[in-house]
Design a protein around this ligand. Structure first.
Ligand code: NAI
Length: 247
């Protein structure tokens, strides 16, 4: 792949950071959008020390104005975006009857509406180029459900619906849209859930046929393929990367 421009949301940590590193390694120019602007800039600087090109921008994906401003900056500094990885996400756990409207709305705003807004902000650039790749990082929890995670699981299931519709609407414009629902991946988010007792590490590994926790690089490798030229005939798909967990 030669110097296409990618946007990776939530690219300053965990899975998003691994995807950003991998895409730069593939020869893509990457803009990291993260609510933690300092971490986004640090990640971009680290990636650039290996000779790649990346920038980090402070963007809350729940803020459409901030998204539009950042996409404008990407166009002028790196060129029109051709790849979008919607990876930014938050999780909140707790009993359903204690779930407040405020928490529900925030999780949906970041995980689902943020994905919608980022897609709508960059799709005109992809249409213009007659080429585009969108990868939505959902969650294997949307297959199985997880007790105490109604807002999160609902938001992640919604990402699959959006993926299907966009694949149909934009297939003839050279644009593919796919979803990766990761399984159990060791990242800061997962370590936080483990520390709160939401998941039990040994139990999760026992349930995983390949017998280990996933690595952010496992997701990055799949994402790298889905945004490549070779993946042009794959669209509207749910590509599970979960160590063989029964979904
Ligand atoms: P993480 O917490 O390590 O990284 C998430 C990144 O998103 C952070 O850099 C954070 O600052 C950023 N972020 C959070 N809210 C944001 C916002 N409003 N706007 C922009 N950036 C924001 O999490 P991890 O584990 O790397 O997760 C990445 C994605 O993968 C998430 O969407 C998560 O739901 C999904 N996922 C993760 C799994 C896992 O086992 N770690 C399993 C299934 C899905």
């Amino acid at each position: 792949m030669t110097s296409r421009t990618a946007i990776v949301t939530g690219g300053a940590s965990g899975i998003g950071l691994a995807i950003s590193r991998r895409l730069v390694g593939d020869g893509t120019v990457v803009a990291i959008f993260d609510v933690d602007g300092g971490a986004a800039r640090d990640a971009a600087t680290e990636i650039c020390t290996d000779g790649g090109k990346a920038i980090g921008l402070a963007v809350d994906v729940a803020d459409r104005t901030a998204i539009d401003a950042a996409v404008t900056e990407v166009r002028s500094t790196l060129g029109p975006p051709a790849i979008l990885v919607n990876n930014a996400g938050i999780t909140v756990a707790g009993p359903f009857l204690e779930l407040t409207a405020e928490t529900w709305n925030r999780v949906l705003a970041v995980n689902l509406t943020g994905t919608f807004d980022c897609c709508q902000a960059v799709l005109p650039d992809m249409v213009e180029q007659n080429w585009g790749r969108i990868v939505n990082i959902s969650s294997s929890s949307m297959h199985s459900g997880v007790p105490g995670m109604a807002a999160y699981v609902t938001s992640k299931a919604g990402m699959v619906g959006l993926t299907k519709v966009l694949a149909l609407e934009f297939g003839r414009r050279g644009i593919t849209v796919n979803t990766i629902p990761p399984g159990f991946i060791e990242t800061p988010m997962m370590r936080d859930s483990l520390s709160k007792g939401v998941f039990d590490m040994d139990l999760q590994v026992a349930k995983t046929p390949v017998g280990r926790v996933g690595r952010p690089e496992d997701i990055a490798a799949t994402c790298s393929f889905l945004v490549s030229e070779e993946a042009a005939y794959i669209t509207g798909q749910i590509i599970g990367v979960n160590g063989g967990r029964n979904t």
